[in-house]
Design a protein around this ligand. Sequence first.
Ligand code: SF4
Length: 486
Amino acid sequence: MTLYLKDDRFHYELENIMRMFFWRPEIKAGTPEDNVNEYCFAEAAGPDECGRSTLTVDFHENGRRTFLQEPADVGLSEKETEQKMAVLMYRVLSEATGKRPPFGVMTGIRPAKYMADLIERGMSPDEAEKLFVERSLVDREKARLCRLTAETGLKLRKRCDDNGFSLYVSIPFCPSRCSYCSFVSKTVERDRSMTGKYVEALCKELSYTSRITGRLGLKMQTVYIGGGTPTVLSEKELKILTDAIQDCFGAPTEGEYSVEAGRPDTITEEKLSVLKDAGVTRISINPQTANDEVLRRVGRRHTAADIEKCYEMARALGFDNINADLIAGLPGDDLESFKRSVVWAAETLRAENVTVHALTLKRASTLRETESELFSPQAPEMVDFAQKELTSRGYSPYYMYRQKGTVESLENTGYALGGKECLYNLFIMDELQSIIACGAGAVTKLKDNNKNLIERVFDMKYPQDYLERFDEMLLRKDKIEGFYAR
Ligand code: SF4
């Protein structure tokens, strides 16, 4: 399907709306040629000589036309016109396709963060929920989920210190590639020899960075070691890394130290002990599903029983805050199987955090290349079930985000039992404080609280470049000092 835009002003917004309805739409400037039969045309025209402006969306498919045109009120700002165009296009495409993407015209923003911001600025939760439904055409159930998420998140926001930061440490290696993943991780099957040198360089970067945060008098509130799969490192490498974090930054002031242990094929009792001794308080051991056939199909080299063993091992070592990621919509999965996964995560694993992702098909994933048509069409019912089931079991949603390419334009939501929420997840998703990040692929996000501005500092994306251009990259860290000096 091709979207023709008469002018470029609302390109980004309208393309995003189009993408919710069509897989890889083509976007062209101008009006459709005579021989084109399937297209959507959008135009904000005027004012004409009589001062009239109109907004038009004209959709043609299979010989059927869906057309809406509205006058544009005099004095509408560019932003308001964009909003009206988006609503018009959403209504036309909904009518023509029968689809109703659940977040309406809300694209490019994090809905729960936006709702929390509105409430923080004085709007009542009822008004904010109503605004979502009436102005942005958000589904009522989703608006309610945003509200619940925002209300939990707002309580946690109080723990964010203006003079604080969170440390993110990137380990961009995995044991093998899962088919749905587009993350730029290296598989250690091919790059085992690199991890030792990588950890060595990373420790130098941590040391350099800690001198900067020390000079600035910033205090580290939380730590998050993510990836990739950090537990792909050897026990010795994990010890070197966690020692370096301790030596450079000390313990996080909010007492929160998370590590993605990710896949059971990388977890050993010795590695978990190293993490426990280092003061790690929260780990993720991610099943994605309890269905072994689905796990095999997406290239995860483990079974649900392997996950259970890892949980038992971690519990025996005293870990009392474990996250389980689940994915709704995986190929070969169905609603009943997904329901079993949710109940299993809560009942058998007794995971304190359950993060429910909707499958995202990104450009670089092999799944997108091979099985894009085979994802489970029941993903909307799956995430709805997860919400009802988890909240009935005492979990609360506390952070949410959406990604491009997610099946049925769904959301990812983090649920946790009271007191077990991951502050880091909220701080980064709601952009509440600076995230100082080290390692290949890491992005430092510096937050200016006065101007509500974020400045990014990028590390090298790939481990090879990270090692080869290390000195050059280290100098980029000086931008942190420059930012705070301003
Ligand atoms: S899903 Fe996780 S474990 Fe699998 S390849 Fe991606 S980052 Fe690695």
